[in-house]
Design a protein around this ligand. Structure first.
Ligand code: FAD
Length: 322
């Protein structure tokens, strides 16, 4: 009978369709290592993802060979089986679209407390504490469950902690019994790969976002040029999305994606609180805006006051000349 660390923290590793561990893995396991001993769950049994989990600091890796790569209910079944075996102090899951879906369903099924979109975790005398950035980053608040192990989704890019690589992890194949829960029969109709050489917005280390100041879909290409010169993902304000400059998937903010990149460049964005809610935890914020009183400058580390149509081409030219 396998025994698990007394202070185990169960981490659900996001596995890409090609069987790689998602870029969120190192930070998730790093966060787990600050509050206990990371035990990773890798769905699909991919060797590459198992190796990545061990390299990120998981001493125990559970693999579950379910057909769960794109279906939520089998993921929840596997997570439930792992939780029952390991009896961890907490469960950490990426705050990705799938991660949030799995976390909510799992917490409801296991009757556990759920904390979403956290930017850090710690442990005090009473147990595990999750840290949240709320109201556009104006306040940091903590949440701690009063019973049971918390289920926590971690904002991508928000955690810097990294675990120590484990040379010879214990790898165990998990037996999973399908629950037949509602939704279990749902399957993918079609998987559409979006071909893009640009980084994905969620989890990107650099993001360039454009706002209403770009003025049109055609002129939004300036944001794309700057993003490409920096190797950054593309974001946008809601005003830019609503005006049809770019699809909703790129919206950053309260009703869009939350990002915590190393570098966030806001071009022609005023910095409304709903936008700040999704980017205020970025490590370095650069703003380009012609209005020196724009609220975005209140949170910017570097600000350029001027016409973006003059400044952005100059910055792109300088970057490309390097
Ligand atoms: P504006 O506020 O119009 O700002 C445009 C900026 O461009 C201005 O500061 C202007 O000075 C500058 N500018 C114009 N021309 C130039 C130029 N030539 N050179 C340089 N600068 C120039 N917003 C989000 O972004 N994300 C959300 O998720 C979101 N969710 C919301 C949820 C709710 C419930 C509500 C009520 C609102 C939400 N909003 C959200 C909308 C938000 O309140 C703002 O309306 C929006 O963020 C404004 O976008 P913007 O900064 O691009 O546009």
């Amino acid at each position: 009978m396998m025994s698990y660390p007394a202070d185990a923290v169960l981490v659900l590793v996001d596995v890409t369709p090609s069987g790689e561990a998602a870029s969120s893995t190192a930070a998730l396991i790093g966060a787990a290592s600050t509050i206990g001993s990371p035990v990773a769950l890798v769905i699909g049994g991919s060797q590459a993802a198992t190796d990545a989990a061990a390299a990120a600091g998981a001493s125990v890796v559970l693999t579950a060979d379910t057909d769960a790569e794109v279906l939520t209910v089998p993921l929840v079944d596997a997570l439930h089986a792992a939780f029952t075996k390991v009896q961890p102090d907490a469960v950490l899951i990426s705050n990705s679209i799938t991660g949030r879906d799995v976390a909510g369903r799992f917490a409801a099924r296991a009757k556990l407390a759920l904390s979403v979109d956290v930017i850090g975790v710690s442990r005090d005398d009473e147990g595990i504490v999750a840290h949240h950035s709320v109201y556009g980053g104006a306040y940091l608040v903590d949440s701690a469950p009063t019973y049971g192990a918390p289920v926590i989704t971690v904002r991508q890019g928000a955690v810097d902690a990294r675990g120590e690589a484990v040379a010879q992890p214990t790898v165990e194949v998990l037996e999973v019994t399908a629950s037949g829960a509602p939704g279990a029969k749902a399957g993918p109709v079609e998987v559409v790969e979006v071909a893009s050489s640009r980084p994905e917005l969620r989890g990107a280390t650099k993001v360039v976002s454009g706002g209403r100041g770009l003025g049109s879909k055609e002129q939004f290409v300036l944001v794309e040029q700057l993003a490409d010169a920096l190797g950054a993902a593309i974001g946008a304000s809601r005003a830019a999305v609503d005006a049809g400059y770019i699809p909703y998937a790129h919206q950053v903010g309260q009703t869009g994606v939350s990002v915590s990149p190393q570098l966030y460049v806001a071009v022609g964005i005023s910095g409304a609180i709903q936008h700040r809610a999704g980017m205020q935890t970025a490590k370095t914020i650069v703003a380009i805006n012609k209005d020196g009183d724009a609220p975005i400058f209140d949170i910017a580390d570097f600000g350029i006051v001027g016409d973006l149509f003059t400044i952005v081409p100059q910055v792109v030219e300088a970057l490309e000349a390097r």
